[in-house]
Design a protein around this ligand. Structure first.
Ligand SMILES: [Fe+2]
Length: 326
């Protein structure tokens, strides 16, 4: 008996886990119970936890090896596995006042749904995010179930998309809309290409479920079809993965922690606080993932870039230093 309770939060994805203090080392049974809830519900939510960088890292390590914080962002001092998400800091790094304009431009062609870091040959298996600073209102995070999105397709379409592969690229441009050029960051991305060809339908290594593994942030095009065919297929699939019936929306509170399976979900960061003068700061640890496998048993193909692992994959000289990350 682990004493934990799993309470589903929406019809097809998401469950709250109660009755566990995740800041302490967990016994094997509790770890399996959390893993089982994650396998079933794809994203799980914890409330009223007391984590710092060290205990969040220790919690994550019980579920697998952790990556270096992020390939393109500097981790806090002494916590190399932490990736701090703080939109005000990003704005400074990305060029201050122009950022809002650049963002709205970018968003015209990109609705923001993504699985993390899919341009790597081995995208993360999962991630754990905790909130430190939250706005009074706004800033929710939404998740979608990519297995449900696949299962919702008609049988002939399932068969068709299972034959396809897609190019994922850091800086993807699936619909031909011009992307904003953001000085330091764009240069860093351009100088460190990350490109992989993944199956459009990937078979989950643990559950065996099939997931629609494409997203408008990182998927650039379908391989081996014409540009217009690629755009029409992706347009359709991106609509499918973001259908409200496959999603759950999480309202953060102090002490909230989210743990998601990055192979079976996509998520969207908040788009409702950019115009508000509010702070929001969260910290993520990321689980090293495996190379995806398609329905035909074929693995993804590395086109450019290193594997994602516990060491920094690119230079640790970051593009522009602002205030120290904590
Ligand atoms: Fe993300």
């Amino acid at each position: 008996m682990t004493g934990i309770t799993v309470k589903p939060a929406a019809g097809r994805i998401g469950a709250e886990i109660e009755g566990v203090d995740i800041s302490r080392p967990l016994d094997a049974e509790t770890i399996s119970a959390i893993q089982a809830a994650l396998d079933e519900w794809k994203v799980v939510f914890f409330r009223d936890q007391q984590l710092d960088h060290a205990s969040q890292t220790a919690f994550g390590r019980q579920f697998g090896e952790l990556t270096y914080g992020h390939p393109h962002h500097e981790p806090p001092a002494g916590a190399p596995e932490i990736y701090t998400i703080q939109h005000r800091r990003f704005e400074k790094q990305l060029g201050g006042d122009d950022t809002k304009k650049q963002r709205s431009y970018a968003y015209a062609g990109n609705n923001g749904w993504h699985s993390d870091l899919t341009p790597f040959i081995n995208p993360p298996a999962g991630a754990i995010l905790r909130a430190e600073v939250l706005p009074e209102y706004g800033g929710d995070t939404q998740y979608t179930n990519l297995v449900a999105a696949y299962e919702g397709l008609s049988d002939p379409f399932k068969e068709f998309v299972s034959t396809l592969r897609a190019e994922h690229r850091y800086g993807a441009n699936w619909n031909g809309m011009p992307r904003p050029s953001v000085s330091g960051f764009s240069q860093r991305v351009e100088q460190n290409s990350l490109v992989a060809h993944h199956p459009v339908v990937r078979v989950h290594p643990k559950t065996g479920e099939k997931a629609l593994f494409v997203n408008p942030v990182y998927t650039d095009h379908i391989v081996g079809v014409s540009p217009i065919e690629s755009r029409l297929i992706l347009d359709y699939l991106f609509d499918e993965i973001s259908r409200p019936e496959y999603t759950v929306r999480f309202r953060w509170a102090p002490g909230s922690v989210i743990f998601w399976d990055n192979r079976a979900t996509a998520h969207i960061p908040p788009r409702d606080i950019d115009h508000l003068d509010v702070a929001r700061k969260l910290h993520r640890v990321t689980l090293v993932g495996e190379v995806p496998v398609g329905v035909d048993g074929r693995e993804s193909e590395l086109i450019e870039g290193p594997r994602l692992g516990s060491e920094p994959v690119f230079s640790t000289t970051f593009f522009r230093r602002t205030e120290p990350v904590s």
